[in-house]
Design a protein around this ligand. Structure first.
Ligand code: SPV
Ligand code: MG
Length: 292
């Protein structure tokens, strides 16, 4: 089955919610697939952080595509790209769709802000939203451009992030649905899931909904299920886990000036070879290299 079709099924699955796990490079994408997840969230925050830059479109869109190519080649489960604002206007966004399809990326999520975007958790209230008309035009251009009928465009509503209320969030979500978005991502930066709850009740199962409970992380998943959320994105947890691990190990090796204390607490070199599938190359070499 095509990766795009798998993502489409995941977003429309009778089993609610389904889950997408964050990855930010080929290795973390493999880890997500091996863990058993059905889909990958290629997080803008995590990809930018792993490149050592900010989540403000400092990395160019083609630099992001280079990372995605490794992620896509390394895995068989679908990848949903966090495509920020689509890296420009409708024209940039539709060219993005064309290139994503070529890389076998299953779908892209775009948010109704202005390029260059800022992360939703940094001074959200000062962030301007795109006009509904402009954003709907962008969604339409993307849907008109895709060659694969199952390619997914998720429209992310940043109304709550920018300090607007339920009415604005609903108005935008419904306009984006009508413009052709395959699902809505409703985002909130509150530590309680109130905004999401209000939205889900008023939305009344009109169209698939995706959430990213980064800030309201203490909400039991059962609540999302009861509200009928279609998919939950665990949005940045591999990046954060690896940052903590790297900080700890670098400090320890710096202080110890020795590897004695760390060797058993980290992945073995053999484990790296396994996840790289080094064995396959060894057998291919036997098959294809001249015997000397
Ligand atoms: C990201 O992962 O870059 C997101 C989701 O946009 S969140 O960080 O939860 O805003
Ligand atoms: Mg993002």
């Amino acid at each position: 089955m095509k990766k795009s079709t798998k993502l489409k099924h995941l977003l429309n699955s009778p089993q609610k919610p389904e889950f997408l796990m964050e990855a930010h490079n080929g290795l973390s994408a493999k880890v997500v697939e091996e863990a058993g997840f059905k889909g990958i969230w290629a997080s803008g925050l995590s990809i930018s952080a792993s490149m050592g830059v900010r989540d403000n479109n400092e990395a160019s869109w083609t630099q992001v595509l280079d990372v995605l190519e490794f992620m896509s080649d390394a895995t068989t489960i679908p990848i949903l790209l966090d495509g920020d604002t689509g890296y420009g206007n409708f024209n940039n966004a539709r060219r993005l769709v064309k290139k994503l399809e070529q890389l076998d990326i299953a779908g892209v999520c775009i948010e109704d802000k202005i390029f260059p975007k800022s992360n939703s958790f940094i001074s959200g209230e000062t962030q301007s939203l795109a006009s509904i008309e402009e954003f709907c035009g962008k969604i339409k251009a993307m849907k008109d451009t895709q060659m694969d009928d199952d390619f997914i465009v998720v429209a992310r509503v940043e109304a709550f992030i920018a300090g607007w209320g339920l009415e604005e969030a609903l108005k935008r979500a419904d306009a984006y649905r009508q413009a052709g978005a395959d699902a809505i991502l409703i985002h909130s930066k509150k530590s309680h899931f109130n905004e999401i709850e209000e939205f889900m009740k008023a939305w009344n199962d009109r169209h698939p909904v995706v959430i990213a409970p980064t800030k309201y992380y203490s909400t039991p998943t059962e609540k999302f299920k009861n509200l009928g959320v279609n998919a939950v994105i665990w949005a940045n947890h591999n990046l954060r886990a690896s940052l903590t691990a790297m900080q700890k190990i670098s400090k320890q090796i710096l202080n110890d000036e020795s590897l004695i204390q760390v060797e058993d607490s980290i992945a073995s070199v053999e484990e790296i070879f396994r996840i790289q599938n080094a064995e396959e190359l060894q057998s291919a070499e036997k098959k294809y290299l001249p015997r000397t």
